[in-house]
Design a protein around this ligand. Structure first.
Ligand SMILES: Cc1ncc(COP(=O)(O)O)c(C=O)c1O
Length: 470
């Protein structure tokens, strides 16, 4: 069953994330909660008309008493920021027409380690890996004469530094998918790639099909351009292709976004027969499909490495997204889109309006590093295999009741805690550990018992983080 996400109701999990460190203020709890919600209303993060969670749901999610929430809501009512209506919940009374994020468009809680205000906590929210040593080595090896030609020009390459476009195209070609540099757009990380695709090809009200669950950053990008999200469930072996086939009999979505390899957050890789069925379906419906293959470089079984799914559809309506973040380092902020030359031209125009072009030096370093991709793959593989083994032992020791399926790749585990993971995350926050609960990866705020747990952290930190969640 595929349903649209409601957009005016704020899930308890969402509000919890938006509130962040609301209770660390030295005020009474109801006071602090009212002030934090009030600040979100005044900043139009919670928009006029948004329906807040019930008192009980918010109390459970925040791990406070219902009386605390009731008092906070009452204070907000008195301040004319909230209107309680019998039977229809508490509605925000904001500034009508003010621009702000919708209830489900929050980015709060992402990359918490980089916001600089949680120094004492253990951060298990980010799956971003530390860079490989070869990144610093390559940067240090650059000489003035390597840069002289580049610096003598204006430095703006909206579609990407030619040498990097060629290196990316060459990598696809060597994987059996002949690619021309004109079919590659270099972006500011894969996140910008998703954003550009969403804002170029999707208009407000268009239907976009995504896997349920899926990568949070893509949900944010599609929601931000007003897409109506249709969710197709993930089975134990990846996207439920039969479900998608049934959906496409009655709907004509604008775009499909999938991760056939090492899916984030579940870590599942779609088996070959299903990859073929998906390709046939996409061809039959001429459905513009975004293949996000960011995690394809971090597989746990090296032998399972496959050509990108899009190569099953030569000339098909596919945009494949890649990144240097997983293999090399997120700090390079280099991602890319592989698509038809026409699509790349269109996306390049959109990109100019965002940031004109990417940094030349980062692209130059990435191009050199991609020449050592095989070495980098071996290093990442060894790192992740060891980390996963250690993390499995720690999990079995600290939370033997949690269940998870070993991932085929990616940097996180999709763990079922068997309990309310939003409340667990909130409790963890108070005990100095940050984790991401499952609803952040869901169209509907589902997967309430799941956590997305990056497993590469040093074992003692990982153990201590998990212990604090106990
Ligand atoms: C599936 C997926 N797509 C896109 C991204 C964004 O990556 P980047 O760091 O290249 O922006 C990530 C990062 O975690 C991801 O997992």
């Amino acid at each position: 069953m595929s349903t649209r996400a409601a957009d005016s109701r704020v899930e308890a999990a969402t509000l919890c994330r938006l509130l962040g460190d609301w209770s660390d203020t030295g005020r009474t709890l109801p006071d602090a909660l009212a002030a934090a919600i009030g600040a979100l209303v005044e900043a139009s993060v919670l928009r006029d008309g948004a329906i807040l969670p019930s008192q009980r749901a918010l109390a459970d999610a925040l791990g406070v008493s219902r009386v605390t929430v009731a008092e906070a809501y009452e204070m907000l009512g008195t301040a004319d920021l909230l209107a309680a209506r019998q039977g229809s919940g508490s509605r925000v009374r904001g500034r009508p027409g003010a621009t702000g994020w919708g209830s489900s468009n929050t980015t709060e809680g992402r990359l918490a380690s980089h916001t600089g205000h949680q120094t004492h906590s253990i951060d298990l929210t980010s799956g971003a890996l530390p860079g490989l040593p070869m990144v610093a080595e390559t940067l240090a090896s650059l000489r003035a004469e390597d840069l002289a030609d580049l610096v003598s020009g204006d430095g703006y390459y909206p579609a990407g530094l030619p040498v990097l476009r060629a290196a990316i195209a060459d990598r696809y070609t060597r994987e059996g998918w002949p690619t021309d540099p004109d079919e590659v757009l270099v972006t500011g990380g894969a996140q910008q790639a998703v954003w550009l695709i969403a804002h170029t090809f999707v208009s407000s009200g268009d239907e976009v099909v995504v896997e349920e669950p899926t990568y949070r950053g893509s949900l944010e990008a599609f929601r931000a351009c007003g897409a109506r999200l249709l969710a197709v469930p993930m089975g134990p072996h990846g996207l439920d292709v039969s479900h998608l086939a049934r959906l496409l009999e009655s709907r004509q979505p604008r775009l499909l976004y999938v991760q056939p390899t090492a899916h984030n957050p579940t870590g599942v890789t779609l088996p070959q027969p299903e990859r073929r069925r998906l390709a046939e379906l996409v061809r039959r419906h001429e459905l513009l499909t975004v293949e996000d293959s960011c995690t394809a470089d971090v597989l746990l079984d090296r032998g399972s490495r496959r050509p990108p799914w899009g190569s099953l559809l030569p000339g098909g309506p596919v945009l494949t997204i890649g990144t240097a973040s997983k293999l090399l380092w997120g700090g390079l902020r280099v991602g890319w889109i592989r698509g038809s030359a026409g699509a790349v031209t269109r996306l390049t125009e959109a990109r100019k309006a965002v940031d004109m072009a990417g940094p030349v030096l980062d692209q130059l370093v990435t191009a050199r590093l991609l020449a050592r991709a095989d070495e980098a793959l071996a290093e990442r593989h060894a790192q992740l295999a060891t980390s996963l083994e250690r993390a499995s032992d720690v999990l079995a020791e600290v939370h033997p009741d949690w269940t998870w399926t070993p991932p085929s790749g990616g940097t996180g585990l999709w763990v079922d805690t068997g309990t309310d993971a939003v409340a667990l995350a909130e409790r963890g926050r108070r005990h100095g550990v940050r984790v991401v609960p499952g609803p952040t990866s869901s169209v509907f705020g589902s997967f309430g018992t799941h956590l997305r747990l990056p497993y590469w952290h040093p074992a003692d930190q990982f153990r201590e983080g998990l212990r604090r969640l106990r």
